[in-house]
Design a binder for this molecule. Sequence first.
Ligand SMILES: Nc1ncnc2c1ncn2[C@@H]1O[C@H](COP(=O)(O)OP(=O)(O)OP(=O)(O)O)[C@@H](O)[C@H]1O
Length: 250
Amino acid sequence: MNSISFSRVSVRVAIDGSSTSKTLLEDVSLSLTERRIGVIGANGSGKSTLLRLLNGLVEPSEGTVEVHGDDTVKAVRRVRANVGFVFTDPLSQLVMPTGREDVELSLRRSIKNTRERAAHAEAVLDRFGLLPLADQSIYELSGGERQLLALAAVIAVNPKVLVLDEPSTLLDLRNRELLRRTLTGLEQQVVMSTHDLDLALEMDRVLVVESGRIVFDGDAAEGVARYRELCATALDEVPGLGERPGRGQS
Ligand SMILES: Nc1ncnc2c1ncn2[C@@H]1O[C@H](COP(=O)(O)OP(=O)(O)OP(=O)(O)O)[C@@H](O)[C@H]1O
């Protein structure tokens, strides 16, 4: 069953030192079968929370999430074996001193033979243009190089589902294009949050999240237009900011 389903999912967290809770996601039901799913929305709207439900990093307070038929709470080990997750901050993911070691670590389970593993790691690093930097400390890499490395380390193991949390925030034009083409060439399902609306427009389906709710679900161009309108409306409410471009002109 190659789909992701959310059934009446809400996520609430207790607010420190009080008995009240904050709702991060409210009553989300979805069946995701498309190959490229984009998740867009304002800062703090709930995109990362939605994505983190997919590998059990966040657990639903109500409802259930299933990835390819596995419940993300009850079968979390199998879910994590199937879902490759790329974090926004690459340093929260890269654990080895160098890129080469990190990619080899990712491959440890899938390729037992060390020479084969090393060769595969080199091929992946090469594909992302990272081979010349393979033995440099990850702390000496630029932000974009690290982001690309984090992506390479996850794609290397060919997970059944790829979840990307704002994967292009630090990438230059060339590497954003590399990411775009890489995503186009992948067989597996990709769920990606992004503030890069050009990238969002490439998706087969777009979800717009606003204050913990899915307020749009459908065609990418329509989703991006809806998000732009939500942003413009929110900015209209900021006092003293001036008018939207195009407004007030005759
Ligand atoms: N563990 C937590 N405890 C309290 N609040 C939390 C917790 N995790 C997330 N939040 C809050 O939930 C809201 C949604 O967070 P989330 O990270 O999902 O937003 P986002 O849409 O990914 O934002 P951004 O675009 O800024 O990355 C935010 O207001 C955030 O502060």
